[in-house]
Design a binder for this molecule. Structure first.
Ligand SMILES: Nc1ncnc2c1ncn2[C@@H]1O[C@H](COP(=O)(O)OP(=O)(O)O)[C@@H](O)[C@H]1O
Ligand SMILES: [Mg+2]
Length: 327
């Protein structure tokens, strides 16, 4: 999947609009896991919904297998709906309380009118099997299951159409730490089993860092850094990523490293700061940052949108820089 200069604006009162996503270009490399991180309100969910064609883009395009999603015919749109699926944060609200869980899992196939009824039943139970939900729980109602079991059902529901791209939006955020690890492991196994490409969204860098191949960092609707996951954790190339890393638990920090506190709150996307959107909170900001908009420029194997990237993060001279999908 490719995103070219994707913007999403939500109209609000009196001809004003919120710029939730602004000019995001990104390639989701097939077979990889792309992590998407940023504080709450940075536009991650909106970007995910734009990827699935669930919100209209106000500019730019989302391309799936060479076809722009916005221009797809009804038939193409239906196929696309089966090929890309999403798992949401809240394991409770996504399931119909009046249906047995296997019926909820079958529903996407009913909507797509795929195959015979008996085959759909079979596929639903198979998907539940694949996510590790014991057979005796398939006939239960959602309220009879634990949070972790429900999230397994949601994953089964996303997988039942045999998608090629799975977008997980904060899919483990509502679970306790032990369960998070369990569901993350399950997702890693399923990625291989189902040969999935995964977009994994989280506000938690430590979760993303462990399962993603590449990570894209969002701030106030814009991408500020894209990097190979291990590079990002070891050597962030944007002040915002530095601050996110630094805000994690002390045990993750190198001895002697100073803790960078993010100053102030995330500004409103209704009136984003001029210049670099991060400059009012940035510890490295200079005068130019308040007026010039940085663009995402290649740095080593990734990209950074910081006017000062060259002097703050000198390139590694360990070989030719390879730009893996970062544009
Ligand atoms: N339907 C909507 N109408 C108006 N504003 C919205 C809507 N959805 C999201 N927003 C705004 O867009 C911004 C990005 O939201 P979101 O994509 O949910 O961020 P994240 O998932 O990173 O927390 C927020 O400021 C949010 O208030
Ligand atoms: Mg969100």
């Amino acid at each position: 999947m490719r995103l070219d200069e994707v913007s999403v604006r939500f109209p609000i009162a009196r001809r004003r609009s919120v710029s939730a996503v602004d000019g995001v270009s990104l390639e989701v490399v097939q077979g990889q896991t792309l992590g998407l991180i940023g504080e709450s309100g940075s536009g991650k969910s909106t970007l995910a919904r734009a990827m699935l064609g669930l919100v209209p883009t106000s500019a730019g395009s989302v391309t799936w297998e060479g076809v722009a999603v916005a221009t797809m015919s009804r038939q193409q749109r239906r196929e696309f709906a089966g090929q890309v699926q999403m798992v949401f944060q809240d394991p409770h609200s996504a399931l119909d309380p009046r249906r047995r869980v296997w019926q909820s899992v079958r529903e996407p196939l009913d909507v797509l009118r795929r195959g015979h009824r008996r085959d759909r039943d079979e596929a639903a139970r198979q998907a539940l099997q694949d996510v590790g939900l014991p057979t005796h729980l398939h006939d239960r109602y959602p309220h009879q299951l634990s949070g972790g079991q429900k999230q397994r059902v949601n994953i089964a529901r996303a997988l039942v159409t045999r998608p090629r791209l799975l977008v997980c939006d904060e899919s483990v955020a509502a679970l306790d730490v032990a369960l998070q690890a369990e569901i993350l492991n399950l997702l890693c196994d399923l990625k291989d089993e189902y040969r999935l490409t995964v977009v994994f969204i989280s506000h938690d860098l430590s979760v993303v860092g462990h399962i993603a191949d590449r990570v894209a960092v969002m701030y106030l609707g814009k991408l500020v850094e894209v990097a190979v996951a291990s590079d990002l954790l070891e050597k962030p190339r944007h002040p915002y990523t530095e601050a996110l890393l630094s805000a994690r638990l002390d045990i993750h920090r190198a001895p002697g490293a100073e803790r960078i506190i993010l100053r102030g709150d995330v500004p409103s996307p209704l009136a984003p700061p001029p210049g670099c959107r991060f400059h009012p909170r940035c510890m490295h900001a200079v005068a130019a940052c308040a007026t010039e908009q940085p663009v995402l420029m290649p740095v080593d194997a990734g990209a950074s949108a910081c006017l000062r990237a060259a002097d703050l993060y000198p390139a590694d001279n360990t070989g030719p820089s390879v730009i893996r999908g970062a544009r």
